[in-house]
Design a protein around this ligand. Structure first.
Ligand SMILES: Cc1cc2nc3c(=O)[nH]c(=O)nc-3n(C[C@H](O)[C@H](O)[C@H](O)COP(=O)(O)OP(=O)(O)OC[C@H]3O[C@@H](n4cnc5c(N)ncnc54)[C@H](O)[C@@H]3O)c2cc1C
Length: 457
């Protein structure tokens, strides 16, 4: 990058908030998707919204790619600076501006870490349900940009169900406001909806209005052990079709159970072929009724049901699930986590297909995920230096997505498209949808400075 541009960025945010040495920029050359790192030309950390506006204007006038970065935990290469450019850090915008107890909403800045927000809300006796497994580090900006879901999504929904309003800056640095504080609001275009899943390609989001809900009065958590993976997945579709919606319904296969146990010693049954982690919540009488029905369904598929006796036992069950990805990541140098999502009744077919693909290509694939949402995470453990194995990995991934779409599923339940799945997008949405997305993108960002290359844009 020319010296004069570097000086212009420094003039805007101060030298102490601007980095252009390769030793510093390399730290922002990758995210949680295993792609070759690519350093940006410059990294900036603005301190106020006016600085964001000036940075956008400078990038727009000079056609400099602008990549907004929350915590960089996305699993689709969404923050990778493919052709260099400017990475903008949102960590300076970490204030919770209001938690409104009368109208049940909060106003927050985009760089607030999800867990910090959820804890602040809980202290006031309320609940912010979206809880991606990365919540200890990921930011609300990243959650909205990826429309993230979590363990509670089955009953409580994903980020989109809680986004009431958004403030963002467009590709010319203008302030735009969408949505607001009333629970009913149909004024103009649904701009919060437009920003959801936009992966940093349509604007720089700075503030949100998020809906809060009362927490459930009571809950019960179950660990169900199976000697047959497919029976465990059949249980999932049976629970859903019997019209019970647990708060959480997660699956871990044998390989994942063994790996989590090896690293975290939580007392998981390592010989089980699968476990389901289930939580029902709500009014006490409803919980009593539902957990018994759920337990009966589990038993009818051969599941051995254990009920968490207290919160400590419950927390260690959820920890097991949250540790799944990090545990698998410790086994091999390269981990590719997929996000194949199918209608819930197709979970058994998808589980079977993943098993068959692992065997066909002789690959290590651990599968876990939000089974109640049909959102599975087949996780391939490999080493990207092994050229021959990587060819098999690529074929396996192609096949996983081919089957997902055949089962009327989707490429992404929660991790987004980024660069990771750009090549498959057309096969899900079709040519004319891609053309429409391009018209929208280029209409709003004619110089394509906002996170170019992502979603094939
Ligand atoms: C161990 C682990 C577990 C995970 N578990 C889950 C899970 O259970 N559910 C789930 O949905 N995801 C999960 N993820 C994926 C990831 O955590 C989410 O996608 C998360 O929302 C990303 O947040 P982030 O702050 O890290 O965003 P980043 O990775 O920094 O950015 C993600 C995208 O959002 C854009 N962006 C970020 N902030 C803004 C902003 N203010 N304005 C405009 N665009 C912005 C970026 O440009 C990028 O395209 C997991 C990841 C890891 C590593």
């Amino acid at each position: 990058m020319q010296k004069v541009l570097i000086e212009a960025f420094e003039g805007m945010v101060g030298k102490q908030n601007c980095w252009s040495n390769i030793e510093d920029t390399m730290a922002y050359s990758y995210d949680a998707f295993p792609e070759e790192p690519k350093a940006p030309d410059i990294v900036v950390k603005p301190q106020n919204y006016e600085q964001i506006s000036s940075i956008i204007k400078l990038c727009n006038e000079n056609s400099i790619p602008l990549i907004v970065r929350g915590a960089g935990t996305n699993l689709s290469g969404g923050t990778l600076p493919v052709n260099g450019g400017c990475v903008m850090l949102m960590s300076g915008f970490n204030n919770i501006l209001e938690i409104n107890m009368d109208d049940l909403y909060a106003v927050v800045q985009a760089g607030v870490v999800t867990q910090k927000f959820a804890d602040a809300v809980a202290k006031k006796g309320l609940l912010y349900p979206p809880d991606p497994a990365s919540l200890k580090v990921s930011t609300l900006g990243g959650n909205v940009a990826e429309n993230s879901g979590g363990l509670r999504a089955l009953k409580y929904g994903v980020t989109s169900h809680y986004l009431m309003g958004v403030k963002f800056l467009d590709s010319e640095g203008n302030f735009i406001k969408g949505g607001g504080k009333p629970v009913k609001l149909v004024t103009g275009y649904n701009l919060p909806g437009l920003m959801l899943s936009s992966e940093g390609t349509l604007g720089v989001m700075v503030e949100f209005i998020l809906k809060l809900v009362p927490p459930p009065q009571s809950r019960k958590s179950l660990l169900v052990i199976y000697s047959d993976l497919i029976k465990a997945s059949q249980t999932v579709s049976d629970i859903i079709s019997s019209k019970i919606v647990p708060a959480t319904l997660e699956i871990l296969d044998n390989f994942t159970i063994q790996t989590v146990e090896k690293f975290h010693h939580l007392g998981l049954p390592i010989s089980a072929q699968a476990i389901l982690l289930i939580e029902v919540d709500g009014h006490e009488a409803q919980v009593e009724d539902e957990y018994k029905k759920v337990a009966d369904i589990c038993k009818s598929f051969g599941g051995e049901v254990h009920i968490a006796k207290d919160d400590t036992e419950r927390d260690s069950l959820w920890q097991a699930r949250r540790d799944a990805l990090s545990s698998l990541a410790r086994l091999n140098p390269t981990l590719i986590l997929e996000d194949a999502t199918v209608p819930r009744s197709k979970v058994p077919a998808m589980m079977q297909a993943i098993n068959d693909i692992a065997k066909k290509y002789n690959l290590l694939i651990g599968t876990f995920g939000h089974a109640g949402d049909g959102n599975l995470h087949p996780t391939i453990l490999t080493d990207k230096r092994n050229v021959e194995e990587m060819k098999r990995v690529e074929k396996a991934i192609d096949e996983i997505f081919e089957i997902t779409l055949k089962l009327e599923g989707t490429l992404s339940g929660e991790h987004g498209i980024g660069i990771a799945k750009a090549k498959y997008l057309e096969s899900e949405v079709g040519k004319s949808t891609i053309a429409f997305m391009k018209r929208l993108k280029y209409g709003l960002d004619p110089n394509n400075i906002l996170n170019p290359h992502k979603m094939s844009l």
